[in-house]
Every structure is written in C-alpha cells, then in structure tokens.
Design a protein around this ligand. Structure first.
Ligand SMILES: [Zn+2]
Length: 263
C-alpha cells in the first residue's frame, strides 16, 4: 500500500544563525516547522506532528514559560495556521515528540485520535515543572491528551531497514512505519512513508540541517539541549548509512530549509 504525502509549513522558528551553523552570525535564521499529511487510500488523512499553534502563545504568556519565546523566537502567520491549511477532517495523528513546535496545534485537534510513544509520554509526564521547562516541554499543550500508543501496534524488523531496529506498523499494511530515532529527546520517533515516487522518512529533529549528516557538528548552545548526545550521534550515523543504502529515499527533517508542497 502506498500513501500520497503532503508537507505543510505550520510556522517558523527563528533562532540566531550561529545556533545552527558554525560560523554564522547573530542574524535570525528562519526555519520552517514542517508537518506531514498522509493520505491513505482506505483509512483517510493522517497527520504527523502539528507545528506551532495559538495555544503556544497562550501557554508562554507569562514568565518563566515566556523564556521559550526568547530562546527560539517563533512565528506563525495567519495563513500558516494548521486549521486553515488542512483540507479535510483527520482520521488520526501521530507525534514524533512533545516539544512545543510539534504539539502547538494539538489543543485545536482534541477530537482526533492521537498516537504517541508510551515511553516518551510517560517520561514527559514525570518531568517536574523545572525539568519540563529546562527541556522545552509545555504541559498545557498536551495535558488534555488521552493518547493511543505505538507500542500497542505490531512491530517488526523491516527488510532493508534493519539498521533502524524494529518499527511499528501504524496502518497494518506497511505503508507507515514508526521507528525510534533517539537523542534529540530520549524517545523521539521517525516516520517512514511508502510512496509511489520513493519512500520518505520524516526524521523529526534528528537533525536540523542536512549538512549534519555529512559530519558538520551542531554548535553550542544548540548541542547542549540535545537530551542524549551519544544517542543523537548514533542516530545521525544510522541516517547517513540509510541514505547510502537507499538512493531513492528522501530524508526530511522538521526544520530543514526547503519549500513545502505535495510530494
Ligand atoms: Zn524538538
């Protein structure tokens, strides 16, 4: 079974360039916040991540949460709102992890069945308020959630993708496979999508800029917010190997520059 996949840009994150590219200046670098709409011929439309949303601004109105707006200044133009861009009702959505630029529109989608990693869900809910803020987790964005868990779906090692480890079969037909890509957060997930034009792997925040796959190191302070530096480096290595093994594969990070559009 194959999906047609559409990328939407739901806001921008605008940190100083030097936070991402060694040697870049203080001028802000406008990075897209990308989500994926998966069109399954039988099951309908599913979403991977939700981008920024009005709830982020509500949740960061006051200090100390407001600090998150200063560290990585966010932008959300009116025509970027997810609810304006979605063309049809969603049958479900999945989350790579719980950072605000991935769950910012979640409160606007409260009725949509939502799949997450059980391990990551339990972990972020155990964070005390200081730890949550220090690791950029805003509980008001996901406090309402009654998630379904990828861990409850069948999982297996997929032929040709052995180096990713076991992957959950989201729709039961191999068209969408969910893998752990840890490091950026302890339990971050990636999504492999089967398409007619070749597979697409949404890697979340496993890297910000594709040059990291070629060994360019993330500068400070951005590398300090990586939750598990060793796992982050291993994940990058595995993705670089995967790119060699599968020339037809498109890797897509949430924030890498590049136009949105149907793919
Ligand atoms: Zn993140």
């Amino acid at each position: 079974m194959q999906l047609s996949v559409q990328e939407l840009i739901v806001g921008n994150a605008c940190p100083p360039g030097r936070f991402l590219r060694p040697g870049a200046g203080w001028a802000p670098m406008s990075l897209p916040v990308r989500v994926f709409v998966l069109h399954h011929p039988q099951r309908g439309a599913f979403l991977w991540d939700t981008g920024y949303g009005p709830a982020f601004w509500r949740a960061t109105q006051r200090f100390p949460a407001r600090v998150l707006r200063w560290l990585i200044p966010p932008r959300l133009e009116p025509d970027q709102h997810l609810t304006r861009q979605l063309g049809q009702p969603l049958a479900g959505l999945g989350l790579s992890h719980f950072h605000p630029d991935h769950v910012g529109s979640l409160p606007d989608l409260a009725e949509v069945p939502t799949w997450v990693s059980k391990d990551e869900w339990e972990r972020v809910n155990r964070l005390g308020s200081f730890q949550a803020l220090r690791t950029a987790h805003l509980k008001p964005l996901y406090a309402h959630l009654k998630p379904l868990f990828f861990e409850d779906l069948p999982s297996r090692i997929w032929s040709g993708l052995e180096l990713l480890g076991p992957g959950w079969d989201w729709f039961g037909d191999g068209s969408a496979r969910v893998f752990k890509l840890p490091g950026h957060t302890h339990g971050q997930l990636g999504l492999w999508m089967e398409r007619a034009e070749g597979p697409l792997l949404a890697v979340g925040d496993a890297y910000y800029l594709p040059e990291q796959l070629d060994g360019v190191r993330l500068p400070a302070p951005t590398r300090w917010i990586v939750e598990d530096a060793r796992a982050y480096a291993r994940t990058l290595e595995r993705l670089a190997q995967l790119r060699q093994l599968h020339p037809a594969l498109t890797l897509r990070a949430c924030h890498e520059p590049g136009p949105a559009g149907s793919s």
